[in-house]
Write a protein that binds this ligand. Structure first.
Ligand code: MD3
Ligand code: FE
Length: 221
């Protein structure tokens, strides 16, 4: 069930949809402040991914992920045959991750605030790149220390179908379309929900090309 908290009659009112208790969708929130932002996001993204390139990580089970990932911020989420963890350095270079861009952090903190989560202090930003066919299986995000802090996700580029399940892996997931500029804040009872992303369809986005980028802002430590 999707509950519209604000009717979309006035274009000045932000769209804020409750997906489930604790999970709020802010449609096109990234674009609220005008057009140039798209290209700012792209050039910042290019700088961050040049410092720490996107890479296909290996799961503890030995499978290579179809989603390419990198990070910025004080900590980055890394996976290897030995397990998952948040690391202060990029294992590929041995260097610290690029600092979280201030403009990105501010957007994420503002979105969390709008969704009712004041005092969000992200210290990690995981960057996921989906090309056509890439997907993410149902999982929980439990590598963070403080589950009272939400996760803020920003979708850019091609649209995707997000799978939003319950607290048990077997709960049937809702399918939610997420498009360029959509932001979702996952906190409270939604924080430990199972979730995933269906295989990305093909297409071309005018700014991002044939891919979807997802940024997730987290409090890791
Ligand atoms: C719901 N990424 O990186 S973001 C991930 O679109 C991840 O790339 C997906 O799941 C993506 O871990 C989904 C939305 C998201 C992120 C974290 C959540 C939804 C969540 C944590 C709890 C519940
Ligand atoms: Fe996740």
């Amino acid at each position: 069930m999707t509950l519209d908290l604000f009717e979309s009659m006035s274009s000045d009112l932000p769209s804020l949809q409750l997906l489930a208790p604790g999970a709020l969708l802010l449609r096109r929130f990234v674009h609220d402040q005008g057009a140039p932002l798209d290209l700012d996001f792209l050039s910042t993204f290019n700088a961050v991914t040049q410092a720490a390139p996107l890479r296909h990580q290996v799961t503890p089970g030995g499978l290579t992920m179809s989603v390419a990932m990198t990070n910025c911020g004080d900590f980055g989420w890394v996976s290897s045959k030995n397990g998952y963890c948040y690391s202060p350095v990029d294992p590929q270079s041995g260097l610290p991750w690029t600092p979280m861009p201030q403009a990105w952090r501010a957007k994420a903190v503002l979105a969390a605030h709008r969704a009712g989560y004041g005092g969000f202090e992200p210290d990690a930003c995981l960057i996921n790149e989906y090309t056509p066919g890439a997907k993410m299986g149902l999982h929980q995000d439990r590598d963070e220390q403080d589950f009272s802090q939400p996760i803020v996700s920003v979708s850019l580029g091609l649209p995707a179908v997000f799978l939003f399940g319950g607290l048990k892996r077997t709960d049937k997931p809702q399918r939610i379309g997420l498009a360029d500029g959509d932001v979702v804040v996952w906190g409270g009872p939604a924080r430990l929900a199972f979730h995933g992303v269906a295989a990305l369809a093909g297409g071309q986005h005018p700014v991002w090309g044939a891919r979807r980028i997802n940024l997730t802002f987290r409090r890791a430590r």
